[in-house]
Design a protein around this ligand. Structure first.
Ligand SMILES: O=c1ccn([C@@H]2O[C@H](COP(=O)(O)O)[C@@H](O)[C@H]2O)c(=O)[nH]1
Length: 299
């Protein structure tokens, strides 16, 4: 079954469009996990990251369709972190959650093939359902990922309009009367057009930030066959009102990511007193339920 179909099914089953971002950070881990690290060694932190992320997966598994591990935080720990990333990916998939691995990979075509194998391959320790991909090496760099999507029913989310304040420096540049991000959207629509499932979605999704609602609305219209991954909700300031334009009728076509506001909810002022570090699992669940409710009202 295609990635787009599996994602739609997961959204319908969970009645949620929330994607929980798994971005473990040493300093922000709840005290019980931080304190269990007796020596400041990568292996110990990696074990704490695995435990933290797997327990989050247990807490949110029935509430959301997907999770998004951020590769950077695991890579930061070296080889032990990469083992942890593989464990987290495998655990999430074993719990029926779709995994969008946030690696923002790409390179020349022959190297892109290796990236596609590493992060979407069935035999790879990091084999995920979907991967974030950079478009800036051009069409021939995206095609190897599309080939793997075709062969293995995987998906990719290509960076179109990112949530960070500085993204416009390149993405908003005009070329031939179009912005660069509009060019990327056009390419995705072309590549998806012969690959749609029964609901009209193809394997090439797009990343568009919640922090740019006007562009999100424009991109929703420009890429009718793409699922959109919307980061920037919560900690970066994006709100439910901002992301509603990212959805198609019926609440399909987009998932909204929140990382810090969910996984470190125990430290947010509204949850700290009630739950604190000791009840961090309850804080994660409460924050996820709150986000589900907020998005349910607008999608
Ligand atoms: O445009 C983008 C693309 C990716 N991200 C990633 O999403 C999460 C956001 O984390 P929060 O804690 O919810 O801010 C993080 O992994 C980013 O690397 C993004 O923010 N914007």
């Amino acid at each position: 079954m295609s990635f787009a179909t599996r994602l739609a099914d997961a959204v319908r089953r969970t009645r949620s469009v929330t994607c929980v971002g798994l971005d473990p950070r040493k300093a922000s881990l709840p005290a019980p996990l931080r304190d269990a690290v007796s020596q400041d060694r990568p292996e110990e932190w990696a074990a704490a990251y695995t435990q933290f992320c797997c327990e989050i997966i247990d807490v949110v598994g029935d509430l959301v369709p997907c999770v998004k591990p951020q590769a950077a935080f695991f890579e930061q720990l070296g080889p032990a972190g990469m083992i942890s990333l593989g464990e987290v990916v495998a655990y999430a998939r074993s719990k029926n959650l779709l995994v969008i691995l946030d690696g923002k990979r790409n390179d020349i075509g022959s190297t892109a093939t290796a990236y596609a194998d590493a992060y979407l391959g069935a035999e790879s320790p990091w084999g995920s359902d979907s991967l974030t991909v950079s478009p800036y090496l051009g069409r021939d760099s995206i095609e190897p990922f599309v080939d793997v999507c075709d062969q293995r029913d995987a998906g990719i989310f290509v960076l179109v309009k990112t949530s960070n304040p500085g993204g416009g420096l390149l993405q908003n540049r005009q070329t031939d009367g179009q912005t660069v991000f509009q060019c990327v959207a056009e390419l995705l629509t072309e590549l998806n057009s012969s690959r749609q499932n029964a609901e009209g979605y193809g394997p090439l999704g797009a990343v568009v930030g919640a922090t740019y609602p006007q562009e999100l609305a424009e991109m929703r219209a420009a890429m009718p066959h793409s699922w959109i991954l919307i980061p920037g909700f919560g900690a970066q300031g994006g709100a439910a009102e901002d992301v509603k334009v990212g959805f198609h009728e019926g609440g399909m076509g987009a998932v909204v990511n929140s990382s810090r506001h969910i996984i470190f909810a125990h430290a947010r002022p509204e949850y700290a007193d009630k739950f604190g570090d000791a009840r961090w699992h309850d804080a994660v669940r409460a924050a996820t339920e709150q986000m589900n409710a907020q998005l349910d009202l607008v999608k």
